[in-house]
Design a protein around this ligand. Structure first.
Ligand code: NAP
Ligand code: BGC
Ligand code: ZN
Length: 359
């Protein structure tokens, strides 16, 4: 079968032939429909993040997948079920985090991530997975099911942020998303659908005309250009934010978020930057945190519960939004186009097979 991989020392994805995997006990064989591409995939390909499976020199890419059960084996799934796989797997033997259904909270070393670190991903014609890591989705979502994983990541971060403000009456009105990549725009879409927020903002560094600015404004949010209004100026130029959702991976934003927050506000950091040394006024930021009850948290990955929430959210997002966000779906023959990253690209996917509805 065809598989899209990155090789040790390589800096581009390549198409390889691999044997179709055999499902083990408790596993289903899934025929892959589509697999999305995100900033993490680009970081893995560039060699700045992730790991090869032990003893191997090549990694099958892809962690945002949707497929159809081909062989349900001994699982409670049925052939034809449309499923989305979660990303994390226990590295060796049992793990308390996985047993609790909270693999997203496991520390480094206690998990592999399919397509990212230690285990092959889903960018192949077939993949196998234990039933516990497959989330069923409605047939109607088969085409956009590869968005369930990134939406689940946003769901988890928003849940953590709200939980950190749950000991008092937190009534957020304003939110700022840092980053107009696919994760940032999906988070903005969730915030816009939630009705909790009266005013939304999204920060980027693009000139108009730009498709991401169009999406931001169609969602009713205000576009903030970081070249004119850097994050430390947002509170005075726009307004102090009750919530900041960071999805740029730009390390200074982690600290500048503290200045953008309103008293009692919370910032959720999701970007994964490279190491970078720079100066900050630690005293001023520490003081700002304490005297205004601000919170900053990191959030990574997501669990089955967040995938289920994402499935519901995705079903309620308007068609125009999904049409505008998904700027390209490419057959395996032209897979390289899915990894392009110019300003006309928002979200792309590779299609391994077409979905045919059950009768
Ligand atoms: P992406 O497509 O690369 O998006 C990043 C966006 O941030 C781009 O649109 C980029 O703008 C913008 N940006 C970067 N620096 C900026 C700055 N200084 N000012 C304004 N805008 C800036 O990546 P993604 O897939 O959306 O993911 C976003 C980040 O989250 C990445 O770091 C990724 O690794 C991370 N991530 C984390 C999780 C998690 O579980 N925590 C999950 C998925 C992704 P331009 O395009 O104009 O350069
Ligand atoms: C994936 C997450 C993963 C994170 C860190 C993200 O792109 O969507 O599932 O935990 O990268 O590797
Ligand atoms: Zn991802």
């Amino acid at each position: 079968m065809h598989a899209i991989e990155v090789e040790r020392g390589g800096s581009r994805p390549v198409l390889r032939e691999r044997a179709r995997p055999e499902p083990g006990a408790g596993e289903a064989l899934v025929r892959t429909l589509r697999v999305g591409v995100d900033g993490t995939d680009r970081e893995v390909i560039a060699g700045g993040y992730g790991d090869f499976p032990s003893g191997e020199d090549s990694l099958v890419l892809g962690h945002e997948a949707v497929g159809v059960v081909e062989d349900a084996g001994e699982t409670r799934l049925s052939p034809g079920d449309v499923v989305v796989p979660t990303v994390r797997r226990p590295p060796n033997g049992p793990s308390e985090y996985f047993e609790r259904g909270e693999p997203d909270m496991a520390p480094e070393g206690d998990y592999h991530e399919r397509g990212i670190s230690g285990q092959h991903g889903f960018m192949a014609e077939y993949f196998t997975s234990p039933e516990a890591f497959l989330v069923r989705i409605p047939e109607a979502l088969a085409d956009v099911g590869f968005l369930v994983e990134p939406v689940s990541v946003a769901e988890k971060a928003l849940e953590l942020a709200a939980a950190s403000r749950s000991s008092f009456s937190w009534k957020p009105e304003s939110a700022l998303v840092l980053g107009n990549g696919s994760l940032g725009l999906l988070a903005l879409a969730l915030l816009s659908a939630s009705e909790d927020y009266d005013r939304l903002y999204c920060l980027g560094r693009r000139d108009r005309p730009d498709p991401t600015i169009d999406v931001i404004e169609r969602l009713g949010a205000t576009y903030v250009d970081s070249r004119e209004t850097p994050v430390p100026d947002v509170a005075s130029a726009c307004e102090p934010m009750d919530l900041v959702f960071e999805a740029t991976g730009y390390a200074k934003h982690a600290f500048e978020t503290i200045e953008a927050l309103a008293p009692n506000g919370v910032g959720a950091l999701l970007g994964v930057p490279e190491p970078w040394t720079f100066e900050i006024d630690g005293g001023a930021l520490h003081r700002e945190f304490v005297l205004h009850n601000k919170a900053l948290l990191g959030s990574v990955n997501s669990n089955v519960r967040h995938f289920e929430a994402a499935r519901e959210s995705l079903a309620s997002l308007p068609d125009w939004l999904l049409d505008d966000l998904v700027t390209g779906v490419y057959d395996v023959e032209s897979f390289e186009a899915a990894f392009g990253d110019d300003d006309t690209t928002i979200k792309t996917a590779v299609q391994f097979s077409a979905y045919e509805e059950r009768r």
